[in-house]
Design a protein around this ligand. Structure first.
Ligand code: NAD
Ligand code: IPM
Ligand code: MN
Length: 361
């Protein structure tokens, strides 16, 4: 299979972990006889520094022409005081919007031997396996331009959703639940927000089309609590943009680290973008200690969802499992009696697994 992949390293550890994904994909290409070509473009702070904008036209065009896009992370203290339109995060929101990537799938499944790496009790998290379906191109992130009034002392952010935007993400979540354990939790704040009321109405309407899916509604504050007190309760969670952002970082605690969570930002037919859930981690950037697993697992999701390469995706996931089984882990994971390694060593373990597995076939 011949595929063209655009790499958007971005900033901070994004630049480090994207190399890991590239190495792993190159090993997959070699062992399975695929031709993956890579083209790197700037986004976020790196693009601001070079081109004066967080999302250059050339980056958008390259992504539109690619078979898939991998993104590291954007942001960092260097740009934190920039005006809104010159913040790295604008680049990320812009590319999601430009590619109409309305569905962000964030699977959260604890690796067995990392159960004790979580601050949560093993018996609480054991068996948890959930998918957060986060709406990604609407809501408060994209309402009519935010503004400051009265000398900046009054601020306005608007939360806007259209019926169509809610319908398509809800459909996506119902379908995902059908392919899993058939449970859908719609998370909202319908006791306060008008947008949440319409959200609930639409889930209620859609329910009839998916009789094999059991639906429940949980308010977001209670959902945040249940997620860590009874995580095995959940199968698929569908929620709006900002709630999904917050709940997924919280859910990462089930896996032991934010550095473990991959995600897929997709739609029905266009190019998909695959990105770890974590950010640019300025506190550890440049030290070679970042956990590359979230990025590597995002590359596996790309193989599965964009290219239909299930065996290859599984090989990467098995490689991660194998490294963890052998006790290897990066510094973000609190593993007792494990063997702590850096970004490149962790990556090499996974690459070597791929090479030896295919050699033995
Ligand atoms: P963060 O996700 O970058 O880091 C939170 C904490 O988790 C830090 O202590 C960090 O060291 C740790 N961490 C995250 N990923 C890790 C990994 N792979 N390995 C080891 N440790 C890891 O969140 P933050 O510090 O709140 O934000 C930093 C910057 O990143 C901000 O500018 C923010 O806007 C941006 N951000 C970008 C994205 C993205 O590009 N997708 C996502 C979240 C945050
Ligand atoms: C994420 C990030 C982004 C978001 C930021 C950097 C804009 O936190 O991908 O989870 O909130 O979507
Ligand atoms: Mn986030």
């Amino acid at each position: 299979m011949k595929k063209h992949i655009v790499l958007l390293p971005g900033d901070g550890i994004g630049k480090e972990v994207i190399e890991s994904a590239k190495d792993v994909l190159s090993a997959i290409a070699e062992e399975f006889n695929h031709l993956f070509s890579f083209e790197t473009h700037e986004i976020g702070g790196a693009a601001i520094d070079l081109y004066g904008t967080p999302l250059p036209e050339t980056t958008v065009n390259a992504c539109k022409q690619a078979d898939a896009v991998l993104l590291g992370a954007v942001g960092g203290p260097k740009w934190d005081l920039n005006p809104s339109h010159l913040r790295p995060e604008r680049g990320l929101l812009g590319i999601r919007k430009a590619l109409d990537l309305y569905a962000n799938l964030r699977p959260i499944k604890g690796f067995k031997n990392l159960l004790h790496a979580s601050p949560l009790k093993e018996e609480v998290i054991s068996g948890s396996d959930l998918l957060i379906v986060r709406e990604l191109t609407g809501g408060i992130y994209f309402g009519s331009p935010s503004e400051r009034r009265d000398n900046g002392q009054v601020v306005v952010d608007t939360l806007v959703y259209t019926r169509r935007e809610i319908e398509r993400i809800v459909d996506k979540a119902f379908k995902a639940a059908q392919g899993r354990r058939g449970r859908l939790t719609s998370v909202d704040k319908a006791n306060v927000l008008e947008s949440s009321k319409l959200w609930r109405e639409i889930v209620e309407e859609k329910k009839a089309q998916y009789p094999d899916v059991a639906v429940e509604y949980v308010l977001v504050d209670a959902a945040a609590m249940k997620l860590i007190t009874n995580p095995t309760h959940f199968d698929v969670i569908v929620t709006e943009n900002m709630f999904g952002d917050i709940l997924s970082d919280e859910a990462s605690v089930l896996t032991g680290s934010l550095g473990m969570l991959p995600s897929a930002s997709i739609n029905e037919s266009g190019v998909g973008l695959y990105e770890p859930v974590h950010g640019s981690a300025p506190d550890i950037a440049g030290k070679g200690v970042a956990n590359p697993v979230a990025m590597i697992l995002s590359a596996a999701l790309m193989l599965r969802y964009s290219f239909g390469l299930d065996d290859e995706a599984k090989m990467i996931e098995d490689g991660v499992q194998s490294a963890l089984d052998a006790g290897f882990h990066t510094a973000d994971l609190r593993v007792e009696n494990g063997r702590q390694v850096g970004t490149t060593e962790m990556t090499k373990l996974i690459v070597d697994f791929i090479k030896t597995q295919t050699a033995s076939k």
